[in-house]
Design a protein around this ligand. Sequence first.
Ligand SMILES: [Cu+2]
Length: 243
Amino acid sequence: MLGATLLSIVPVALLSSCSTENISGMGFPKNVSSVNDISLPLWQGAWITAGIVGVLTAILIMWPAFRHRRKGDEVPKQTQYNVPVEIAYTLIPFLIVAVLFYFTAVKESAITKVSASDEISHVIDVNGIQWSWQFTYQDSPLSPTVTGTPAKPPVLVIPKGERVRFNLTASDVVHGFWIPAFMIQMQTLPGVENHLEFTANKIGSYPGRCNILCGRDHSKMLFTVKVVSPSAYQKYISNLKAA
Ligand SMILES: [Cu+2]
């Protein structure tokens, strides 16, 4: 039964992600942003760990079920309290969790690290408002602002290959600034400024969302991230200033 289920799941999982890139990325795109570069080994490592634990657990379940099947009417030897085994199955999960926690903490501090201002190419303020987003480009003293509405979600334009710092806040309630393709999510909190930095590596359009339930039109709190060449970015900012 278990074998049949596995046999039907595995080909579907493999077929649904057609390229080898997708298989080794285990569902996540590679090299899209600097955050992906940091997170991907953690994501892959967690899957490999889960795979090893899963196989070992399956063996531990199957082994007594098949090896120690009832062989006759005689009642087998009854045992209780195997202290070494009990210590082992308390310690091993604890070690697995500790190792996963360690690597998660290392990667998380790399992702949330805030650089010195002179290492930053661009600064963009992100403001969450019920129910849309406001982006202010701090690249000029004029600080042009783009404000979206639920009916007309805004576009966040960022240059390819240049590090951008985002200052995140909210006007009213807690929102979540989320760009799934970039493997990033950070809350925007009223009265607090959170910081997030990353470099986008691939030109293209990526959907962004709010992922904290923030009220009636939460589901309309969408935006699009447009990664463009640095020169197209400069042109976009000058046009915004002019407008
Ligand atoms: Cu929201």
